[in-house]
Design a protein around this ligand. Structure first.
Ligand SMILES: Cc1ncc(COP(=O)(O)O)c(C=O)c1O
Length: 453
């Protein structure tokens, strides 16, 4: 019987674990942690990047995670939910108060927190953006944007970018561009076309590192050929490997969408709400999309919350269900979100992201000077990326993984994007000393990898 079969060996037996991951488990995972990881691996369906896990947590506060064995990590990963850090007292107080009064708001009723949140988001976004829908997750909010684009334009085709990530549902992977999420899944949404992203260091159009926005002209070309595309969907700045298009890119994309009657949807799920130094990342480009999608940090590192903010005149689907999610107008989630927006404003977190981001870039350039492995340094606000390349210019994937484990062993957690980009997303509340300590750790880990082994 399936139920009585022995628990699978979740670590050593898993063919997907890299040798470095196995080494980490051998050297660092034992006792109570091992037992919990084994139970986790036995109880959950295994899936890439999720189960089996590599460690187990007991606490999160500020920029810190604490694991079962009492080890602490500065969290520069946090799935990008932690702009205000973990357990910000104002967020926790707001959530607790709401839990004690109105823990849930069934559909057909609204509540003060939900109304205030929609008003606040609508007011924060520049004109003509202004109307809001909430959802319990970024993927779902992307799905609502896709549906609204279809209803509003009467068209179904989309243009999105290779290498993009917009969530893991079938509609989101259809417009996403990472093979890992699309492979072997079967037919995806029809009409979901892909074009090369703006990626000056690996430009399909050969811009040679100095972007001349020819990739945006190509979007214009495809829009013109197709003639009936509903929407162009882009991550304003691609989060996984911190790809920052130049202003010309978005000017041309905006013009192309207007010329061809397509809507421009910007996905700012991981990068909105201050991370790039402005409330919305698109502000630095001097354009306004037709819709923007927020998520992750909106829930204050407590609650799953996402929002679609659309042009006011796109309120055209009153007789359809765009979202219809059980936890749509969550009183608790909205209370967390309102407190988060208050913290971002009152603690000047956008400004802080710009100031600390400039300092971080200095530290990253210094690392590039010291370590030949660092092939490129990118950053906007506190969304930071160090690209690691070998001498022949090829991606230094194994080295990036070694740097990651070297940093984890020293108490710094982050994500590696596209295999060779160290993507750093510290909480925006981080103290400058802690940020410096993180770069010291990176320096040490890069030195270790640079040494013969
Ligand atoms: C750019 C982007 N869009 C959408 C999503 C999906 O958000 P969620 O996981 O909350 O559904 C993510 C999640 O990582 C993301 O990075």
């Amino acid at each position: 019987m399936v139920k009585d079969s022995p628990a699978p060996d979740t670590s050593e037996g898993d063919v997907n674990l890299s040798p470095l991951r196995r080494a980490w488990e051998r050297d660092h995972v034992r006792g109570a942690t091992r037992a919990l990881l084994d139970r986790d691996g036995a109880a959950y369906l295994h899936q890439s990047l999720s189960t089996p896990c590599f460690d187990a947590l007991v606490e999160a506060e500020g920029i810190w995670l604490t694991d079962v064995d009492g080890r602490r990590f500065m969290d520069f990963h946090g799935n990008n939910v932690h702009q205000v850090g973990y357990r910000h007292p104002r967020v926790i107080d707001a959530v607790k108060r709401q839990l004690d009064t109105l823990p849930f708001s069934p559909r057909r009723f609204t509540n003060t927190a939900a109304v205030e949140l929609a008003e606040r988001l609508g007011a924060l976004a520049p004109d003509p953006l202004g109307k809001v829908l909430l959802a319990p997750g970024g993927t779902l909010a992307i799905g609502m944007a896709l549906k609204l684009a279809r209803v509003a334009t009467g068209r179904h085709k989309t243009i999105s970018m290779w290498d993009a990530f917009h969530g893991a549902s079938l509609d989101a992977i259809s417009i996403g561009g990472e093979a890992m999420f699309r492979r072997d899944i079967g037919p995806l949404l029809p009409g979901a076309e892909h074009v090369p992203p703006c990626d000056p260091r690996a430009c399909t159009f050969g811009c040679g590192g100095t972007c001349d926005a020819r990739c945006a002209d190509y979007v214009d070309y495809v829009l013109g050929k197709e003639q009936d595309v509903a929407a162009v969907i882009v991550e304003t700045v691609r989060c996984t490997d911190v790809q920052i298009p130049p202003p010309a890119y978005y000017k041309r994309l905006r013009d192309a969408c207007d010329r061809h009657g397509a809507l421009l949807i910007l996905d700012e799920v991981p990068i909105g709400l201050g991370r790039t130094g402005t409330m919305f990342a698109f502000e630095r480009y001097g354009i306004v999309p037709d819709m923007v999608v927020l998520g992750k940090g909106l829930g204050g590192a407590v609650f799953p919350m996402a929002a679609l903010i659309a042009r006011r005149d796109l309120d055209v689907a009153g007789d359809r269900a765009l979202g219809h999610y059980t936890h749509e107008k969550s009183s608790v989630g909205c209370a967390a979100a309102l407190a988060t927006l208050d913290v971002i404003a009152d603690e000047g977190l956008c400004e802080r992201a710009r100031e600390l981001g400039a300092h971080a870039l200095d530290r990253m350039h210094a690392l590039a000077d010291r370590h030949p492995l660092v092939g490129d340094v990118r950053g906007v606000g506190l969304l930071l990326g160090l690209e690691l390349n070998r001498q022949d210019g090829s991606p230094a994937r194994e080295e990036a993984e070694r740097v990651m484990y070297g940093c984890l062993a020293r108490g710094l957690s982050f994500k590696v994007g596209q295999g060779n980009v160290i993507a750093l997303s510290p909480p925006l509340v981080i103290a400058r000393d802690d940020l410096d300590r993180a770069f010291d750790i990176l320096d040490e880990a890069l030195s270790d990898v640079g040494r013969p082994h």
